[in-house]
Design a protein around this ligand. Structure first.
Ligand code: MG
Length: 96
């Protein structure tokens, strides 16, 4: 039998996978594509999945498993790191 926290962490992992899947579908079929039998396009579904992640993170915060969700400094550092390695990819001719 798993604990509530273990269940939340399992759901978090699942939601991260769903977000990753929506990101790769957006690359394969386009961000505006609406999959058959769906109402939302890939852009809207990406937001939906991210909010699923955020919901679980809020529950983990409420349970005291994590101490915060948004760390503005960490977000800015990550953006800089992405830009740095984007330049590296460009220098290799991999990215436009
Ligand atoms: Mg989901």
């Amino acid at each position: 039998m798993m604990t509530k926290n273990e269940l939340l962490l399992t759901i978090l992992a699942e939601e991260c996978v769903e977000t990753a899947q929506r990101a790769t579908k957006s690359i394969r079929f386009g961000i505006d594509e609406i999959q058959k039998n769906q109402e939302l396009n890939n852009s809207e579904r990406l937001i939906y999945e991210f909010n699923d992640i955020y919901a679980v993170m809020e529950m983990l915060l409420e349970e005291g498993v994590i101490s915060t969700i948004i760390d503005r400094d960490a977000i800015e550092k990550k953006k800089q790191k992405i830009l740095k390695y984007m330049e590296y990819s460009r220098s290799l001719g991999i990215v436009q």
